[in-house]
Design a protein around this ligand. Structure first.
Ligand code: ANZ
Length: 856
């Protein structure tokens, strides 16, 4: 394989070895082995038009080093790659260029694969997955049917974020400050029919199981806050003059007697009913203005409080006092009950509101007496009748009990987590595997028993102007339900997906047992089980395909299961998952949710998908700013590969600092890494292209070299175990500098050095390994062992003193006795000079340190 050129010709070496790996399938993962497994997963890329970003090889190199290291240690390593290829940008591009997104996806994937290949990642390319491949998304649809049958998928008309520019609905998470995350376009509220996944049913488990996983604390905290568990109580306030009551949710029932007014969210269903004639105009205007704001804007503490009085009053459940009912947009319809009791003395928003509108403020919790209002700390109750003097915790319990006894309240737990809006009005996504049918036909299908295992307890139904339709699951054995071709991908702008235009796919004759279908414009086929149906126009969001891809890698070609039981039992979940912290919440939360559903279904053996998670830090531009097109501070990894080689890029990215740190690119440092590789080359390859004459097998290795080599093996192993790649590289630099300064070293020393370098700089290492006389790839190890007996020297430095003064020192075997040391000291000229003609009175020996001779 290796040439015998004396030069370090990186581009030739790198392309040769990449070809070698590909031809011999060096990194193909075996599925039949008794070896211990190691599964290292990188977050798979979205194959964007712009190609590889410098952030990709950063995290990917870290994962690749682990993969190569564990492979060399003898593990059966799974290190896969794939493509998260559905999504809006591809569709946008198709609209712009008039080319099918399938075509552009294929091209982009090929481009990405080539770029990744040029960096020398040890992927098993035979296990590639592509979320847009129907052999893949058939299982995405299959998992959807699991959710569907468990009642975890439903359809609802929802106020959703609509982006006029992108002509699509966005999830809450895709909206930042009232603008789309992608493209930064304005968004508005609009009510549309949507599929929704009941992730809230898993809120408690998603919270609870965070305890068992080894993730960065900051990421766990973000999930915790996103789920947002809060424990409080509900309480009912009767309305003066109406039969209805207002139910509120509070975390502070202890402050019940400080409630001086109530607030309903503008969207609250009681608003129209209780608004008096005089206030009707003002209320309608207010509702309209609130609709245009995002939740974030509405609850922002810094914003001026706005609101209007409804003209109605509620009755306090304990005192019977009449308190006014207002509406204000700082109360959200989506949280708790959409209504609050306002306690201005102890809540900042209520306080600002009360001040603004001159509403009474009654303090009911007393601190140490120096507090000012609003006071949100703890203390004892005042102005609260029978509860005066109680601590706030006690009062919380007692008042909740009192409400419960009166039948007007109870303990209640709330989560900030909302159900997951799971549909998009787009073409380039997974079709929903359902058929919309009439009640009559739905019942017919139910009675046939054909779909018995796949029907939810409650049918999923949707009613609009033209009536009610029922969602029938397509039989899983008929999957995939393929995305039809359409001529134009342009969204209709009405909230309908472009799929609406695929008439023969949309309006069909449908066989509910087999899933077969024919265009509705044709004649109805013969047979009991053929019914009239419509397809779902929406497609799934991009999150769907990335929710479970780590499972498919275990058994990517399986055509009867999403992965075989054996593969799932063997690989379980990734031993390490590396990716950016921008996925701290959404992708990682959605995946956990789906995984738990699969676990409940007995399809996967573990409760959690990712036991170990690591975030690579953000790489900044040379100017220290976030890399962006507009800042023009981007770094093209492929250019670096062309100019310096993949090994230099890899080492350099790892040497910039700890992998998890946020750090700027610094092109000056590349030269240093390049010199390190050149020096390594020069130490091993001679000027004539043969081995360097310094490498000699008859050479007696110095103790210093032996020790440094073993220390390096130990340090590099420990560093790779903890993903501390920069320090591992430093240690290798120390060793090569030492070898450089030595006259000669043994062949085995050179080989061990190359083995240690190989995970980080694999191409040059393969080349050197082969020149050192090895005929198989260095990738398969073995990883060098530390010789513990050679970790530390067995000699020790002893200082000689005469009458307490330094008179020389020497390296002496550790096992030496006092007499041995004294004998050596007596040969030291400076010692001789001091004791000549004198009598030795005493010798003080501190083993391993000092020998002091007292003489006069
Ligand atoms: C009375 C009270 C007194 C409150 C007090 C707080 C302090 P967390 O902790 O985040 O769960 N709240 C309830 N529903 C709301 C809604 N839909 N929109 C806006 N605010 C709402 O917040 C719970 C607290 O937020 C509740 O407790 C309620 O105000 C308010 F000294 O009730 B509290």
């Amino acid at each position: 394989m290796a040439s015998n050129s004396p030069e370090y010709n990186f581009s030739e070496i790198e392309s040769n070895w990449q070809q070698y790996w590909e031809d011999r399938k060096t990194f193909a993962t075996s599925s039949k082995t008794s070896k211990e497994k190691y599964y290292v997963l990188s977050m798979f890329p979205y194959p964007s038009g712009t190609g590889l970003h410098i952030g990709h090889p950063l995290g990917y190199t870290g994962a690749d080093i682990l993969a190569r290291y564990q492979r060399a240690r003898g593990k059966n390593v799974l290190h896969p790659i794939g493509w998260d290829a559905f999504g809006l940008p591809t569709e946008q591009y198709a609209i712009k260029t008039g080319r099918h997104p399938r075509q552009t996806s294929i091209e982009r994937i090929a481009h990405f694969r080539n770029q990744l290949r040029s960096v020398g990642f040890s992927y098993d390319y035979d296990r590639e997955v592509d979320t847009t491949d129907s052999n893949y998304y058939r299982w995405t649809q299959f998992i959807f049917l699991q959710l569907f049958k468990r009642g975890l998928a439903y359809v609802d008309k929802r106020p959703v974020w609509w982006c006029e520019e992108l002509k699509t609905v966005l999830a809450n998470e895709e909206v930042i400050d009232g603008r789309s995350e992608r493209g930064n376009y304005p968004v508005v509220r609009r009510s549309l029919r949507q599929w929704v996944l009941r992730i809230t049913a898993y809120a408690e488990r998603l919270l609870e199981d965070l305890k068992d996983i080894n993730w960065p604390e900051s990421t766990k905290k973000m999930q915790l806050e996103w789920i947002g568990k809060s424990v409080g109580a509900t309480a009912c306030f009767a309305l003066d003059g109406f039969d209805e009551t207002i139910e509120i949710y509070t975390t502070r029932p202890d402050t019940l007697l400080g409630a001086t007014y109530m607030v309903l969210s503008p969207e609250h269903p009681l608003v129209p009913k209780i608004t008096s004639e005089d206030n009707r105009d003002a209320v309608s205007k207010y509702i309209e203005s609130a609709a245009a704001k995002s939740d974030l804007e509405r609850t922002d503490l810094a914003k001026d409080k706005t609101g209007v009085f409804t003209g109605s009053f509620a009755l306090h459940p304990l005192t019977g006092d009449k308190i006014p009912v207002w509406i204000a947009d700082y109360v959200l319809i989506s949280y708790g009950t959409g209504a609050i009791m306002a306690v201005p003395a102890h809540d900042t928003r209520d306080f600002e509101f009360a001040e603004q509108f001159n509403l009474p403020i009654v303090q009911v919790i007393k601190g140490d007496g120096t507090e000012s209002l609003p006071y949100i700390g703890d203390g004892t109750l005042i102005n609260s009748d029978e509860y005066n003097g109680l601590s706030w915790q006690e009062a919380k319990k007692k008042i909740t009990t009192k409400l419960k006894e009166a039948g007007s309240g109870e303990e209640s737990t709330q989560y900030k987590l909302r159900d997951w809006l799971f549909s998009r009005q787009r073409y380039w996504g997974e079709p929903f595997p359902v058929a919309w049918v009439s009640r009559e036909d739905y019942d017919k299908a139910v009675e046939s028993g054909d779909l018995a295992d796949w029907l939810p307890k409650e049918p999923v139904a949707y009613t609009d102007e033209s009536g009610t339709l029922y969602a029938l699951p397509v039989p899983p054995k008929s999957l995939p339900l393929e995305l039809p071709n359409v001529e134009s991908y342009e969204p209709a702008g009405t909230g309908e997906s472009p799929l609406k235009k695929a008439d023969d796919w949309m309006e069909i004759w449908y066989q509910f047992e087999t899933g077969e279908f024919l265009p509705a414009r044709q004649e109805k086929p013969e047979g009991e089980k053929w019914i009239r149906a419509s397809r779902e126009t929406n497609t799934m969001p991009q999150w769907a395909g990335s929710c479970w891809y780590y499972l498919r890698y275990m058994d990517p070609k399986n055509s009867t299961q999403l992965a075989s039981k054996e593969a799932l039992e063997y690989w379980k979940t990734p031993d390490m998952y590396i990716g950016g912290s921008e996925h701290a919440v959404l992708h990682l939360l959605y995946s956990r949710f789906w995984h738990k559903v699969l676990f409940d279904e007995g399809l996967v053996p573990n409760k959690e998908p990712f036991s170990h998670l690591f975030h690579q830090g953000m790489l900044l531009g040379e100017d220290g700013k976030k890399i962006s097109k507009s800042a023009g501070n981007g770094i093209d990894p492929v250019e670096v590969v062309n100019q310096y080689g993949a090994d230099t890029l890899r080492l350099y990215l790892m040497f910039l600092g700890p992998l998890e740190a946020r750090k700027p690119w610094n092109s000056k440092g590349i030269g240093g890494i390049n010199r390190f590789l050149n020096k390594t080359w020069r130490e091993i390859v001679g000027r004539d292209g043969n081995l360097s004459p310094k490498i000699r097998d008859d050479h007696q290795e110095s103790e210093e070299t032996e020790i440094l080599l073993n220390q390096t093996i130990e340090k590099v192993s420990q560093d790779l175990d903890k993903l501390s790649f920069n320090t591992a590289i430093s240690q290798l630099m120390i060793l090569i500098n030492h070898l450089h300064a030595s006259d000669a070293f043994r062949l085995t020393t050179a080989k061990k050095f190359v083995q240690l370098l190989a995970p980080m700089a694999p191409h040059i290492s393969e080349e050197l390994w082969s020149r050192l006389g090895e005929s198989h790839s260095v990738a398969w190890g073995p990883w060098p062992d530390v010789d513990n007996s050679k970790l530390v020297s067995d000699e020790v430095k002893i200082v000689f003193q005469v009458n307490g003064k330094f008179r020389g020192q020497s390296l002496i075997p550790k096992s030496s006795t006092e007499e041995d040391v004294l004998a050596i000291a007596k040969k030291e000229p400076r010692v001789i000079a001091q004791i000549e003609g004198k009598t030795i009175r005493k010798v003080v020996f501190v083993p391993g340190k000092i020998l002091n001779i007292v003489a006069n």
